[in-house]
Design a protein around this ligand. Structure first.
Ligand code: HEM
Length: 543
């Protein structure tokens, strides 16, 4: 009863609120009409009022669900989640048409407050499309285009040999060895730093910084994404868990960016030497350039961002690809047998494979293509975003729309790859050569348009020398139980922006005593090879 007494006084407030809401709605409707010029959105499941397609959006392994939605609605599917528009691009033609050919408008990234709160805003892979991103990309590309990447071969070869040595001594920890050796090669190239302590420290820095990306960028996980003012609450406030995490993640991102960078800078200024590393060369170039203090500070920021991005973007993708490779090989003795036969013929037992063997190792090349196809680290790529309102095939695509290119669906398309779930490198070979008519996974798994992975040439060289060396020296089989019986692993992949094989256990044993001897000999030459690379005077970053 007491409550009812208030009702009359609430009526004017309720009426005014309803009118305001109606006004906002009408404004939105008018603006939408003006922007869309009555063109429809692309087809897709019917949205509910307010929440949109929350109930239709696939949540587990969304790339499979999106493939099914495309089968139902066509290769361009629209979904709306609350006020966010999503468009799924379901086949290679539409991906090329939109992300490659119309890249000027399809190269942005989604803006979210979480980028800043996780410290991921230093990663240029997440930056908005524009001049700041472009300056980063240009600095990176100067050191990772195909001509430059060839100069990293001694480092990549040393990393592959270190992997062989570690597998020989400790075959149970495959994942640790992959992570260690890949980080070692990148640390050398980016900072010209080596040595066990530095590499271990670098792994910790990268892992700590990546925690923020892995946890903080999960859509909808933190309320602050929807109520940005919450970012200002103090960390001690009960319920402000995100704030405490955010402080930790930002500190980790900052350490990953500054710690090794400061080391290179100090060494350069103390010794006044030229450095062979990417950071060293960019800093030397900056020292010789005419620039204001402000530009100098900005450039240093860019150099340190670019260096830490190489690890953020390169480590997990390569790690996922290589763990997928171990699983695939452990499940397919017939593939291993053919690779061994090819390596025996082309390379022979007296040496390890090298980059010069690449053309002749056709089957190894096909294995690498099949690994990239079969086990995709980023099944939906890294989503692009539309900068301005657009039209595609007569449909309206509003500015800010998030674009998912379904890389996984393109790589598992039965019209292109017979029985796509089967690991079969032979599908890439015709008449003893790599078949150019088969859809090349490298055109998909490294992304699209102006955001295509700029580390792809480095990754390609790394994958080649690692896989060829590994296959030359080892047998890889299924893991064994306590009674020595093989454990059958059914391939499964994790969910998330980055996907990994769930279980990559396997047995790794040297093929022969001769292979063991080759590994030991190669390992003894690593320190010399790395020192000589550091002293070498190739590209000096001044061009
Ligand atoms: C097998 C290994 C790798 C795979 C599958 C891979 C895949 C990708 C994909 C899908 C993207 C997003 C492209 C897009 O937005 O369309 C990307 C971006 C990027 N990758 Fe890679 N990558 C790999 C290795 C590497 C390596 C080794 C490096 C560094 C040396 C690297 C550096 C980058 C950078 C800096 C970006 C951000 C580009 C930008 O947004 O402008 N990647 N990569």
């Amino acid at each position: 009863m007491a409550l009812l007494a208030y009702v009359p006084s609430l009526i004017p407030a309720a009426v005014s609120l309803s009118l305001s809401l109606l006004l906002v709605y009408l404004q939105h409707l008018l603006s939408w009409r003006r922007r869309s010029r009555r063109r429809p959105l692309p087809p897709g499941p019917k949205p509910l009022p307010l929440v949109g397609n929350i109930h239709n959006a696939p949540k587990i392994k969304p790339w499979v669900g999106y493939r099914d939605l495309c089968a139902q609605y066509g290769d361009l599917v629209h979904l709306q989640i609350l006020n966010k528009h999503i468009v799924v691009l379901g086949n290679p033609e539409i991906i090329a048409e939109y992300l490659d050919k119309r890249a000027a408008n399809t190269s942005d990234r989604e803006r979210t407050i979480m980028l800043e709160l996780t410290g991921a805003d230093v990663n240029f892979g997440f930056m908005s499309y524009g001049p700041w991103w472009r300056r980063h990309r240009r600095a990176f590309w100067q050191h990772f285009y195909p001509g430059t990447v060839e100069e990293y071969r001694p480092v990549q070869r040393a990393a592959a040999h270190e992997l062989l040595f570690r597998l020989l001594n400790d075959p149970a920890n495959v994942k640790d060895h992959i992570r260690y050796t890949f980080t070692a090669s990148l640390t050398k190239v980016v900072y010209d730093i080596d040595g066990d302590r530095s590499i271990t420290r670098q792994i910790t820095l990268v892992e700590d910084a990546q925690e923020g990306v892995a946890q903080g960028l999960v859509p909808g996980k933190f309320l602050v994404q929807f109520l940005p003012f919450l970012r200002h609450v103090p960390a001690w406030l009960p319920g402000a868990e995100f704030k405490r995490l955010s402080n930790k993640w930002q500190a980790a991102a900052w350490s990953a960016k500054r710690e090794p960078f400061a080391e290179v800078k100090k060494a350069l200024s103390e010794k006044g030497e030229k450095s062979r590393s990417m950071v060293g060369q960019l800093l030397t170039k900056l020292a010789h350039a005419e620039a204001t203090d402000r530009v100098r500070t900005e450039e240093e920021d860019i150099i340190s961002n670019v260096a830490s991005t190489a690890f953020q973007a390169g480590s997990e993708t390569t790690f996922s690809t290589l763990t997928g490779a171990f699983l695939a090989l452990s499940l397919h003795p017939e593939v291993l047998q053919k690779a061994h036969a090819e390596l025996d013929e082309v390379v022979g037992p007296d040496r390890l494979p090298d980059f010069g063997d690449r053309e002749s190792l056709v089957y190894v090349g096909a294995i690498i293509k099949e690994i990239l196809r079969w086990s995709n680290p980023t099944p939906l790529g890294l989503p692009h975003c539309i900068t301005e309102d657009d039209e595609l095939h007569g449909y309206f695509i509003p500015a800010g729309t998030v674009l998912f290119a379904n890389t996984w669906a393109c790589m598992h398309d039965p019209r292109e790859y017979e029985r796509p779930e089967v690991f079969r490198p032979e599908r890439f070979i015709r008449d003893g050569k790599l078949d150019p008519d088969v859809r090349d996974p490298a055109d998909f798994v490294f992304g699209y348009g102006r955001r295509v992975c700029p580390g792809r040439h480095f990754a390609g060289e790394s994958l080649f020398i690692t896989m060829a060396s590994l296959l030359h020296c080892f047998d890889i089989g299924p893991p064994l139980d306590e009674r020595g019986q093989p454990i059958i692993i059914v391939p499964e992949w994790t969910d998330g922006l980055l996907s990994y094989v769930v279980d990559a256990r396997c047995t790794v044993t040297p093929r022969s005593t001769q292979a063991e001897a080759l590994i030991l000999q190669a390992q003894s030459q690593i320190p010399g090879a790395l020192a000589s690379w550091s002293r070498s005077d190739a590209y000096d970053g001044m061009s």
